[in-house]
Write a protein that binds this ligand. Sequence first.
Ligand code: AMP
Ligand code: ZN
Length: 465
Amino acid sequence: MKLKLYSTLTQQVGEVVPLNDNEIRMYTCGPTVHDYAHIGNFRTFVQFDLLRRTLKYFGFALKHVMNITDVDDNIITKSTAANMTLKEYTEIYANAFLEDMETLRIQRPEVMPRPTEHIDSMVELIMKLREKGFTYESEGSTYFRIDRFPEYGKLAQLERRQGEAVGRIDTDRYDKENPRDFVLWKARKPGEAYWDTPLGPGRPGWHIECSAMSMQHLGSTFDIHCGGADLVFPHHENEIAQSEAATGRPFAKRWLHCEFLMVNGQKMSKSLGNYYTLRGLLDKGYNPLAIRYLLASVHYRKQLNFTLEGLEQATAALQRVNDFVIRLREVPGGAEDNPALSQRTRDARARFEEGLADDMNTSVALAAVFELVRETNTLLENNQVGPGNRDEILDFLSAANQVFDVFQIEEQKLEDQEIVRLIEERREARMRRDFRRSDEIRQLLAERGVALEDTKEGTRWKRVI
Ligand code: AMP
Ligand code: ZN
């Protein structure tokens, strides 16, 4: 099956064909580490983790680059207020971000460059633009001259949308010839971090950072560039202008943008104060995989409204699949296989793959999983599932997990001797009619995330999320 993806540049869905052999080179605009990221930011990063995994699922090799922006206005203001160097300050939030990524099972991209370590390639890029006449200087800063790049606006469709408010114009306190011109190199300001370079003392503008780092690690033309929907304009438009003006070659072939996580009809954002951090939700007792599942469950080109109720439903949905796996594993080895279920499992896998192939439609793909779980649950009640069916279904769930990575499929072995011992002790307590001790043990296990179920065949246990 061929993987197709939308591109903001062409406004069309098209087949993914790598520029080089079988390898996709992809750049994601990463976080600016001036504070903890919120789960709105993580919706974008989870979706591009799904993209990364989807590309691999469809057999592509991948070189993925995601920056961690460690210098910008916010960082400078906050680190100065905290009386810390840029590095000391950003290290705290960069590490927190990497930890949060791990908690959400977001795979590490192959390269995670930081702007402060790439100043040379930024300066080189700006010098090239200067030689070609795309820049001008004003009060020690260097600007990009937009009217020298006639294709400006092709990503954000500025021509078509003339007159519409297409987002924030890059406001800046410096003098510019045209209000849309954007800064490539900012003159040093007293008390701020700066670099001495042939462009004068100063620091890079935000847009040039991504152009320089992506082209340094992926070459001047690469396959996919992605980011949140608010980056289309002006950030990505500016990246295209300065990169293509410098190299004379097309920059990224395909552009993907993830729509917002919303709260009551508004974008989740720091400035509105309507945000949740991952850590805040974990402190409230929510499970990180339920958060990952929720952020993954809606197609990336649609907005997703966040509520705690929605998160609870996501938790319950995941638990349903995990419970199902435990039941499925109990299918007796001698049971008869059900050919109709084998066919349904193949169909579910096909629907799952079709969903992903169709512009990574995660909700269609997940629906295929849940439908099979529902159908098979009914068959399990009627003892119509055999060991062959079980293996086929587990195999499909493992495949789904290559992309989603939220289901508990591995057998929960009773390797935790402590749990087994406690269950045995509880059984003995109940025989003695010592219900206080029996309840205590149930409570103790519950605190460790282990739930007990007493059945005719004895006590079963499972981990709950
Ligand atoms: P920042 O650290 O502010 O540069 O943001 C990191 C990423 O999160 C960018 O790609 C933003 O577009 C994205 N982002 C910010 N707010 C949201 C939101 N509410 N929903 C989805 N993505 C967001
Ligand atoms: Zn960027």
